[in-house]
Design a binder for this molecule. Structure first.
Ligand code: ZN
Ligand code: CA
Length: 309
């Protein structure tokens, strides 16, 4: 009887709150179902290709395949999420973040969200890969990083004349705006060839975006059991599995089972399966008011209001 009464009381309370809310300017996101994205981030891909080398100029469809992967990974909808070991399943996060190719450029013109630049770097102008960030050096200037995620795509192998030196490089929050984005190898982009053998699932960019939101590798910066990623639900890990491309669960270090299937580990693509709830909380601190990437959330909420949904 007591339970029935308290349930009735709760119902009354809820309906009273409901009638109040008509006069409150609630953000549209709060009215969406729980499994909706809470932010959709516009992405611009700056393709830096070499004329005469078609493999350095990825198709629109290869780029779109990258967006699809991001939206699966950040929503926990990758089909192999079921491979996460049982002990870590309760920690799997739906980050509630999605991505889309930018539909408007910084001048307000319609855009595909893709720029293509025939890039011949000027030797000696800037340090190594850094020319990509600057039109004057043969790269492409960033779009305003408070409104867009900039991804520069370049065939690193051609420029360095050897094997892939890195698949991706991310700016952490607070980077100077002209370089505030991600540099991605053409052979790590999306799920269509050409792709590096270890990078077939387009997950490098999901990992780099983790950094761009301020997440560290599981082994922290230094590695070893003294250093941590600052996230409480990712177990302390002696390293980030960068040298172990086929780790087996359970693998332990620092007295606990390692979460090497986390997107912020450094194994190859097919092992990167999940973000954790603790990582979600950290990322949303960066997106929240006073966070370094709050302008992107504001931009999305503003746009949602303008569209009236
Ligand atoms: Zn990394
Ligand atoms: Ca941790």
């Amino acid at each position: 009887m007591w339970h029935k009464l308290s349930a009735l009381f709760l119902l009354l309370l809820v309906s009273a709150c409901g009638s109040d809310s008509t006069s409150i300017d609630t953000p549209p996101s709060s009215e969406q179902p729980k499994d909706s994205p809470q932010v959709i981030i516009p992405v611009v891909f700056h393709i830096l290709y070499r004329e005469g080398f078609p493999e350095t100029n990825p198709s629109d469809s290869k780029i779109q395949s990258q967006i699809t992967v991001l939206n699966e990974m950040f929503r926990g909808k990758n089909s192999d999420i079921t491979d996460v070991p049982e002990i870590f399943v309760p920690l799997i996060a739906d980050m509630q973040i999605e991505f889309t190719l930018a539909k408007v450029d910084p001048d307000g013109n319609a855009s595909t969200g893709i720029t293509r630049t025939n890039s011949m770097p000027v030797p000696g102008e800037t340090v190594a890969y850094e020319y990509v960030y600057y039109t004057n050096s043969g790269g492409k200037d960033a779009w305003p990083s408070d409104q867009y995620l900039n991804v520069w795509v370049n065939d690193m192998r051609d420029f360095f004349g050897g094997p892939l030196p890195f698949a991706g490089r991310a700016a952490f929050p607070g980077e100077e705006p002209s370089r505030d984005g991600i540099l991605l190898a053409t052979t790590a982009l999306g799920t269509e060839p050409p792709l590096d053998d270890r990078l077939l699932l387009g997950r490098t960019l999901a990992h780099e975006i983790g950094h761009w939101f301020g997440l560290y590798h599981l082994g922290g910066i230094e590695g070893g059991c003294e250093d941590d990623d600052g996230i409480s639900d990712t177990p302390l890990s002696a390293h980030s599995y960068e040298m172990v491309f086929n780790p087996e669960h359970p693998s332990s270090s620092c007295g606990s089972v390692d979460m090497f299937m986390n997107v912020m580990a450094l194994t190859h693509d097919s092992f990167l399966l999940m973000f954790s709830e603790g990582q979600k909380e950290a990322v949303w601190t960066v997106l929240a008011e006073n966070g370094e990437r709050h302008s992107l959330l504001q931009g999305y909420q503003q746009q949602s209001r303008n569209l009236g949904n």
